[in-house]
Design a protein around this ligand. Sequence first.
Ligand code: ASP
Length: 490
Amino acid sequence: MKLKHHNQIFVGMVLGIVVGMALWWYAESAATSDREMSGAYHTVMWALDLLGPTLFIGALKMIIAPLILASIVAGVTSLPNMAELGSIGWKTLAYYFVTTTIAVIIGLVTVLTLRPGHRDASLQIRADAESKQEALRAQYQGEFGESAVDANGVPRPRYVVWLHGQKRREAGAAAGSFESQLEAISRAEDRTPGEIFTNDIVRPLLMNPFRSLAANPPNALGIIFFSLLMGIACTVVGSPAQPVVRFFQGLNGVMMTITHWLVRISPIAIGCIVAKLVADTGPKVFASLGWYCGAVIGGIFVHIIVLLAICTFLGGVNPIALWRGIREAWMIALSTRSSAATLPVTIANVTENLKVSPKVANFSLPLGATMNMDGTALYEGVAVIFLIQIYGGLDDVLITMTAVTTFLIFITAVLASVGAAAVPDAGLVTMVIVASAVNLPIYYIPLIFAVDAVLDMFRTSTNVLGDSIGAIVVHRLERHRLGDELASQP
Ligand code: ASP
């Protein structure tokens, strides 16, 4: 009997968890009995990394830039007129704004009700921080001089980054994502909101398109803006621009074909990605952060119910039909932790299975993958309030949860989610925007690094779900002009 493709992905995931747990267990027991782990273990980990993150996610990322360019030009030029683009555009943006706002509110209510930062395990973390506080300050001043701390006695970000890196090097850990995340966080902390607007929004929009396409990760905002302009210009120019239009329509078809090939091999690749993640993380990390993870995942669960209600009542597609339509994209988002890498599959699922018109999907899905991140927005608020619950009131964290603090967190969480790149861990980096808005020192953020990969799986799959439902809703609202019906029972 041949398993259906989505079941193959599911089996791949389950096998990935089992193999990952076995590897984690092996590494744990080998670490205590025999510090030299066997060569076979390293070979298996290397192979998992090669087949999953390196080859599969790499191949998906390879096609994102040309896909966004081609799909938007093809989408815009297939619209009958500019009024249609305007109408699809504002409805899409309104949907993004409303759903992101709902997500943050759900996150805030969840974290303020469950209070993960006031649970026993968190009280222990706080007590440790309290006892280390004086010693830490003295260490910074001893190591780097008086100026290593500011007037309030708070160590300055660059020294924090340096010291964290140093500690990890001493412990024999390879330099890598940990340092680069902390560095990105400290860079972001020193900037004013005006600088963030100019550097993160205006400049990328106007970047040379060839640079946008070649950047790693691609500059999605810049590609979207340039392809929108190009599509509109092609429509204005009319028949002399037809060869350009046909080229991009052809390119779009070619990218979708490559996507289908990648989807075929996805069960094996997803199994490898999940196995590697579980082997690296293990269940232990949840011991002290279980309530925090529960608050993020619980909030996401409630938000999914809201999204499904919107999909049913506004989009006219019931949850079962939706699940059947986009399950591949959802599972790929869950394992790759990147909305951008999932984008080709999201477009294929939404247009082919749910019959959303490419005129809507080709425009709204690339935009949504870049800007509309419900899961990330929800997470940003929960994470910062969790840290305030734990550390609030320490000498260097003079924050109390007032209505003003909550409002600041609300606004900045929405902005931070729009600014987050659609790649793994991006939400963790933009969280600094929220943290610095309420003066939470960045050296408290690493506490939540350990569980972030798992939470990223949930927020990325929710981001993709939100984008897909957005395309469905906008299609439904525009159906009188588009003329095509959605597949509510595929
Ligand atoms: N990984 C997420 C995404 O690609 C962004 C995040 O880190 O929250 O949608």
